[in-house]
Design a protein around this ligand. Structure first.
Ligand SMILES: Cc1cc2nc3c(=O)[nH]c(=O)nc-3n(C[C@H](O)[C@H](O)[C@H](O)COP(=O)(O)OP(=O)(O)OC[C@H]3O[C@@H](n4cnc5c(N)ncnc54)[C@H](O)[C@@H]3O)c2cc1C
Length: 302
């Protein structure tokens, strides 16, 4: 499902008769199913023109600016069981799609997740926004997709043909684009718990999306790196990971790995930063995340 399938943003987005620009959504039907199955059915019967609403923190602005005009909004907020965090085993937690960013900050099972969520927007946004919404929205600069990519999360999806599990690499296919189908509901995310981790983000002001966000996570003895804001999807710089293979991560290798990470990203110049600056910051913030990881104490399996 692509938020990229949006009405072109040209001229007046209001009604054809009106001259004034609008900040109100176009008309839509609203339904509030009581189960995942009913949500999938509601999306299916909308003929590909329905949208899930979870926290609304990304979707409502899209509707208000009429960048999207779904005919049906499927509100999943009352579906029981989707707002839980539970342990699958001592190495993995399952986070339900409706767990709010604020609860991610407050939980203690996965400190990396807490740190990453604390960088999202402002209090009001963290209070409403959900992990499922953030991952389904797939903003390349958002923090939670970077965490999901770094730890090789498994994402559970319910759709018309039943349930399935996708890796982060299978899910994220482009900026604001995922491999989710029109009637798919993301139900939960399984996150392996890193034994050591580092998180480093550069943003211009507190609460802004990151210009560069780096997560380094040691999982099963391997150091994995994911970088947001520097490509259409979170980037895994494989060469940098290979430099650190075996988990030894001697300090002398961190600079070398950070340099390799900066080569792996796809950067362009935009209103926020030049390509050269973003690449330089990728190297710097990768080094910082790796240093944080190597200076932290291993937490064993969990
Ligand atoms: C001012 C502002 C600042 C922000 N700053 C940041 C930031 O710094 N970092 C950051 O990461 N985010 C930021 N956000 C976005 C915020 O994190 C959103 O909460 C998040 O992107 C979407 O989560 P949501 O629950 O609000 O989803 P919604 O807005 O309800 O939905 C977003 C999209 O995901 C789909 N969707 C939602 N849930 C599901 C599901 N379970 N299954 C399938 N599809 C689903 C919807 O149909 C929609 O297409 C900001 C938002 C605002 C308004």
């Amino acid at each position: 499902m692509k938020l990229g399938e949006l009405a072109p943003m040209v001229g007046n987005q209001g009604s054809p008769e009106s001259e004034a620009p609008t900040v109100k959504a176009a008309q839509f039907e609203y339904c509030r199913p009581g189960s995942v199955r009913a949500a999938v059915d509601a999306l299916r019967t909308s003929g590909g023109d329905g949208k899930i609403i979870a926290g609304g923190q990304s979707l409502v602005p899209v509707l208000a600016m009429r960048l999207g005009r779904p005919s049906v909004l499927v509100d999943i907020n009352r579906i029981p069981g989707l707002a839980r965090i539970e342990s699958i085993d001592d190495r993995t937690i399952r986070v339900g799609a409706l767990v709010r960013h604020r609860s991610l900050v407050e939980q203690r099972a996965m400190p990396l997740l807490s740190e990453a969520a604390s960088w999202i927007g402002h209090t009001a946004i963290r209070t409403r926004g959900t992990i499922g919404g953030s991952i389904a929205h797939a903003d390349p600069a958002a923090e939670l997709p970077v965490v999901a990519a770094a730890v090789d999360a498994n994402i559970h999806v319910a759709g018309a043909a039943g349930t399935r599990t996708l890796s982060a690499a299978e899910l994220f296919i482009g900026p604001l684009a995922t491999s989710l189908g029109d009637s798919d509901v993301l139900t939960a995310v399984d996150l392996p718990l890193p034994t050591r981790w580092g998180f480093a983000e550069l943003s211009r002001r507190q609460g802004d999306f990151g210009l560069v966000t780096v997560v380094a996570a040691e999982v099963d003895g391997q150091i994995k790196i994911a970088i947001g804001g520097v490509g259409p999807v979170p980037v895994r710089p494989r060469e940098a990971e290979e430099i650190l293979a075996g988990g030894s991560a001697a300090r002398s290798r961190l600079a070398e790995a950070a340099k390799a990470a900066a080569v792996a990203v796809t950067v362009g110049t935009d209103i926020h930063a030049s390509a050269a600056y973003r690449r330089a910051m990728t190297e710097e913030f990768t080094r910082r995340a790796l240093e944080q990881l190597t200076s932290s104490v291993s937490k064993g399996a969990a």
